[in-house]
Design a protein around this ligand. Structure first.
Ligand code: ATP
Length: 268
């Protein structure tokens, strides 16, 4: 079996090393809600030009990880290093430095037209959004709330990866979308990565996502339990699905060499 077990490998060993290609890094990051930690001791890194998937069962801590990377939640312990600084900054400030966050609901303003939604972005980003998804051109005068789920997602992702964005962090990218639309969006992110964008995407369609990403992190119960290349993940996809992405983690799965305990916040 190709998957890591307690004595070996991918869990404790990051696949990358920090250097000047690193866009963002989490170091022993723990965070949560009130006194409940939802993520513990997270180490991860996203580099320029790579698309990284974050997989995990419901409640594993994926959204909490993204929110903490974005500055929406503060670290309880550990830190996020963004823009060569480990100082906490709120999302709006990170956004000005090229950090684009697309939340699960897409952050499309329902009462504004698609055009007005794009006006929130700078001109270069608007043009780029329509270049990325030409479908948007015909929808410019339709209100965001009347766009289909896929169109809203394209609008949000197009706006996010346009212009000077350096890092895209997107939650539940393809939730409720038709497979064709998921493919269109993942392909656009892949193309942006070829131009230097770094991306961290939470994705439920594991098989599909593995065709577009470079690396994979898997979370369970608030911890990262797998850290591997997409090629390795593709080889072991059935085992990953069975052992790591089911609602309950099997006993004995470890993270960073330690037994994984359920988080105080609940966990999967
Ligand atoms: P899903 O795939 O279901 O969205 P997830 O992997 O994104 O799950 P999180 O949403 O990060 O997981 O949740 C991690 C843990 O934190 C869960 O136990 C959840 O119940 C808890 N949690 C999430 N949001 C809050 C909140 N606002 N207040 C308190 N606890 C929360």
């Amino acid at each position: 079996m190709g998957l890591p077990h307690e004595e070996s490998s991918h869990m404790a060993k990051p696949q990358t090393r920090s250097d000047d290609l690193t866009l963002i890094r989490a170091e022993r990051l723990s965070a949560g809600y009130g006194s409940n930690l939802a993520i513990r001791d997270i180490d991860l890194e996203i580099r320029r030009g790579e698309v990284v998937a974050l997989f995990g069962p419901n409640g594993a801590g994926k959204t909490t990880t993204l929110l903490t990377l974005g500055g929406e939640l503060r670290a309880a312990t550990g830190r996020v290093v963004w823009n060569n600084s480990g100082k906490w900054e709120p999302l709006h400030r990170r956004a000005r430095q090229g950090f684009a966050f697309v939340p699960e609901d897409g952050a499309v303003f329902g009462g504004l037209t698609a055009h007005q939604n794009l006006m929130v972005a700078r001109r270069a980003e608007r043009d780029s959004a329509m270049h990325v998804f030409p479908e948007l051109r015909d929808l410019l005068h339709r209100r965001g709330g009347l766009l289909s789920g896929g169109e809203q997602r394209m609008l949000a992702v197009g706006r996010a990866i346009g212009g000077p964005t350096r890092l895209l962090v997107a939650d539940e990218l393809s939730l409720g979308l038709a497979p064709r639309t998921v493919g269109v969006i993942l392909k656009a992110i892949r193309a942006a990565a070829e131009r230097g964008l770094g991306a961290l995407i939470v994705e439920q369609h594991v098989h599909r996502a593995l065709g577009f990403v470079d690396r994979v992190y898997v979370m369970q119960r608030g911890r990262i339990t797998l850290d591997m290349t997409a090629a390795e993940a593709r080889k072991n996809i059935d085992e990953i699905q069975a052992q790591y992405l089911t609602a309950e983690a099997p006993a004995g799965i470890t993270a960073n060499g330690n037994n994984v305990e359920p988080t105080e916040g609940g966990g999967a």
